[in-house]
Design a binder for this molecule. Structure first.
Ligand SMILES: Nc1nc2c([nH]c(=O)n2[C@H]2C[C@H](O)[C@@H](COP(=O)(O)OP(=O)(O)OP(=O)(O)O)O2)c(=O)[nH]1
Length: 140
């Protein structure tokens, strides 16, 4: 049987003063648990990827974000449970609650630190792109 396509939107939250990006560690009991990711989740019917990203941030951190340009290209990655199509946007925080609902921890990283974490395999090309980005250059 053909594998299920799972459309996902995530955010690379950046702090342009500190020139850092935020990574979240997925709660251990979730699919692909314990790995680092771009906070976000599945795009629901009728939502744009940007709307999904904003909604997920509200659900996962109880925070509002402003969505900026896309990071790299949409990534397609085949897991045993389906094919994830992941679109990630740069974003900045408009609030600072950081209630951890879906993550066990978060970390702010400079571009040369991003590759030290154990990211989900789908994220590899996006993390590579982050590693060569100056977050201060991102325009909102
Ligand atoms: N948010 C996010 N998901 C990712 C990344 N990389 C990656 O492979 N995924 C996968 C893991 C999941 O299979 C899927 C996202 O689903 P999710 O479990 O986060 O979605 P959700 O919050 O809408 O749903 P759920 O846990 O309630 O089922 O995409 C990433 O960087 N960020």
């Amino acid at each position: 049987m053909a594998k299920k396509i799972i459309k996902v939107a995530g955010v690379a939250i950046i702090d342009q003063d500190k020139n850092k990006v935020l990574a979240g560690k997925r709660n251990a009991d979730r699919l692909v648990g314990g790995m680092w990711e771009f906070p976000g989740g599945k795009i629901e019917k009728g939502e744009t990827p940007q709307e999904a990203a904003k909604r997920e941030l509200k659900e996962e951190f109880h925070d509002e974000v402003q969505i900026g340009p896309q990071l790299g290209e949409t990534v397609s990655y085949e897991y045993d449970f389906g094919i994830v199509k992941l679109t990630v946007f740069f974003a900045k925080l408009l609030t600072n609650n950081f209630d951890l609902v879906a993550h066990s921890e978060v970390e702010w990283l400079s571009a040369d630190e991003v590759q030290k974490l154990n990211w989900t395999p789908a994220d590899a090309p996006l993390v590579k792109e982050l590693a060569r980005t100056n977050f201060r250059d991102i325009k909102f």
